[in-house]
Design a protein. Structure first.
Length: 287
């Protein structure tokens, strides 16, 4: 799609991608979303093709709603990022719960309420390049923050599906409240297995290995008798480095108590399940 100086290609090529080598899939999704958003805006009645400006000052709530309905999957997060309100603030200030769900299920009443909030926030014309850059960088940070949380969910969900009582907990240890990414069972007074979860790439490995080791040292003082597992899920494009990654994580514990198990892939998580059985960790119901 070429719009002279409004070309989406020209706009996107200016955007820095500092984690491209580590998170190629994230940037592919970001590029796709930005292009879809750009097309919706550029084909709308409030777009000035000469100045490359989105004339939000000429839009009412109904016009905003029409933009969202053209591609709700990307236009909902776009307007959330552009307004600068978090999903919690949309609920607290405007009564719109789980705002991102509108991208998947644009219920008429809730979508109308969302469009009114967006319209109230956006009262001035903005350059297409500005709004796409704003969305791109904010959504990039938003998604990076959720990567670790998603990996924790993968681990916890798998254990629960296989019958184990598992979940995130906080324990009072050394005078501080410390987080355990996944505990089996999720009972601060009776943790049998403490699972430390991270994700990342080789570039981050030394830092993450030290984080694992520090958490192990801190928590082991208060979780007497618990098994400790390190889960560092490696993205597909770095699977060829699994042996080296495992070596770095294990080496960080040289001279100290080692991890009971290190998992780097979802296949390793299947092995972890066998380990739990071998360690005599009971499933729900005591089986």
């Amino acid at each position: 799609m070429a719009l002279g100086e409004c070309s989406l290609d020209r706009i996107l090529e200016k955007i820095p991608r500092p984690n491209l080598g580590e998170m190629p899939e994230l940037y592919r999704r970001l590029d796709d979303m930005a292009r879809r958003i750009g097309r919706v805006l550029a084909e709308s009645a409030i777009f000035d093709k000469v100045r490359c400006v989105v004339e939000f000052d000429k839009a009412d709530a109904e016009a905003i709603r029409e933009l969202i309905e053209r591609d709700p999957e990307v236009m909902v997060p776009f307007f959330v990022m552009l307004c600068g309100l978090s999903d919690r603030e949309f609920e607290r200030l405007h009564g719109i719960r789980k705002v991102y769900e509108l991208g998947r299920r644009p219920e008429p009443e809730r979508l109308g309420a969302f469009a009114h909030v967006v319209n109230a926030c956006l009262r001035h014309p903005l350059y297409l390049e500005t709004v796409l850059f704003k969305f791109y960088k904010n959504w990039e940070e938003h998604q990076k923050r959720h990567v670790r949380r998603r990996v924790e969910d993968v681990v916890i969900s798998l254990l629960r599906e296989r019958g184990y009582d598992a979940g995130k907990i906080w324990v009072r240890c050394g005078g501080k409240l410390r987080e355990v990414d996944c505990a089996v069972p999720p009972n601060p007074d009776n943790v049998r297995v403490a699972i430390l979860v991270r994700t990342g790439v080789f570039k981050d490995l030394v830092k993450r290995s030290k984080e694992f080791s520090s958490e192990f040292d801190e928590l082991s003082k208060c979780l007497a008798g618990a098994r400790f597992v390190a889960v560092y899920l490696v993205p597909a494009h770095e699977r060829h480095r699994l042996d080296k990654i495992r070596e770095v994580i294990v080496k960080e514990r040289m001279g100290k108590k080692p991890y009971d198990f290190v998992a780097l892939t979802e296949e390793d998580l299947e092995t972890l399940l066998k380990k739990l059985a071998g360690w005599g960790i009971p499933r729900r119901g005591g089986s």
